[in-house]
Design a protein around this ligand. Sequence first.
Ligand code: SAH
Ligand code: SF4
Length: 390
Amino acid sequence: MSIASRINVFGMSLAKMEMLMAELGEKPFRAKQLFQWIYQKEIYDFARMSSFNKPLRDKLQAGCEIILPEVVKEQRDPDDGTRKFLVKLHDGNLIEMVLIPVHGRLALCMSSQVGCTIGCKFCATGLLGFKRNLTTGEMLGQLVLARRLAGEIGVANIVLMGMGEPLLNLQNVIHMIEIASSELGISISARKFTISTVGLVKQLRELTKYKLKSGLALSLHAPIQQLRERLVPSAKDNPLDQLIPACRDYIAQAGDRVTLEYIMIAGITDTMECAKALADLTRKLPCKVNLIAYNPIIDDQGTPLAPIRKAKVSVDRHSREGGNPEGGKGGKLKPFTPHDFKPPTIEAIDRFREYLYPRCPAVTFRKAKGLKIAAACGQLVARVTGAPER
Ligand code: SAH
Ligand code: SF4
């Protein structure tokens, strides 16, 4: 193998390492050792892998390499201690990950794609468009980097709530969790991971087959199909009447409850009509509701965190069939743009919560963290915004 075609072994599963060792004319137990050196002992220099003889070390050196992503910038929110990291990938692409203090511990918010194909109207990552999926190694690399950056406190939980839609990078996400949770690897329980998804029925059903015990968060945002379609472009092909049973089946095997992520947007999703529909929906599956106030993706000067892509006009089924007060001329619904979105008032949040509380099994309100450095949910665009660098 020449230097030019060196294989990056960081992110390889045990099965792939066994194949590599077979190619190198070595026994399968060598793969287990390599796996442990890299993921358990974090040794990234083949010359230091002392259980290997010199010929094997030389073969690995000649044909393989161990490459992790690199942190190129850090910002810290002075108000709540949230740290956002700009991470450079091997090909120069940039992503972001965030370390969030939660009750004296740290949660890592990890990215799964460079950009995102889905394009939810309220999300800055969605405005960016999509470049590519992250590899298993690039996701695992975020975890390794975050553990180092976290120091003694350590990383207690990992949420796939950074840039991208994890279910559109399903195989790599599964491999990443399998390697991280392996006793020969990092040994973090799969339960410490939460996969957050916009809700893709086919992929969710596929994920369920793997019997992962990781948590599931569904980015619901609107409990009414028609409204959800206006906010989340993938909702049309993934209707709630199919999505909810798919979530129920995943969570049944994981032995947990689904977290329903619900962004409250003033006048759009914070209405009492939505509160009632949400309360009804929570009766259909074991769940908890996490309310999130919309985090602005347009700054005080009116500039979006990423350029706004031109949206297609969505035609609403009901208005096509004969009129809808919202529909306007010709039954066309005006597509939302980020300029239509405002955070809810305190009164609207209280009213919504009070309605939900006795009717839903569990309701929490997620306080936005990292707002000063554009590190809060939906604000990640992989460029340095806001202020203070360290
Ligand atoms: N694609 C996945 C995971 C990344 S998005 C998903 O959609 O679940 C992570 C979370 O940020 C999701 O719950 C998403 O809905 C939320 N989010 C996106 N834009 C937001 C905004 N402007 N304000 C608050 N939360 C937002
Ligand atoms: Fe993509 Fe999630 Fe943002 Fe929607 S909310 S655009 S799925 S990252």
